[in-house]
Ligand binder design. Structure first.
Ligand SMILES: [Zn+2]
Length: 79
């Protein structure tokens, strides 16, 4: 019976030691770097419906039949 108590005390001691070590390892980990912006955050590139030139979406002119690189191409396509 005495040995059983010693055995349990040793087990509990090992369990505590392992928990402490795990907490230490977790604390030592460097903070996560901020998430890198994915490709979906990059500027989308669209093609002009007339000349197929590629340009960033914010610079494209929306028209009834698509996106255009310039006012001239939009008028040309919608005429
Ligand atoms: Zn164009």
């Amino acid at each position: 019976m005495k040995y059983l108590i010693v055995f349990v005390v040793v087990l509990v001691g090992i369990w505590f030691w392992r928990n402490n070590r795990r907490a230490e390892l977790r604390d030592k980990k460097p903070p996560r770097p901020p998430p890198v912006s994915g490709p979906q955050q990059a500027t989308e590139v669209v093609a002009c419906a007339v000349c197929a030139v590629h340009l960033p979406r914010p610079d494209a002119l929306p028209g009834r039949r698509g996106l255009y690189c310039s006012e001239a191409h939009r008028r040309q396509d919608e005429a």
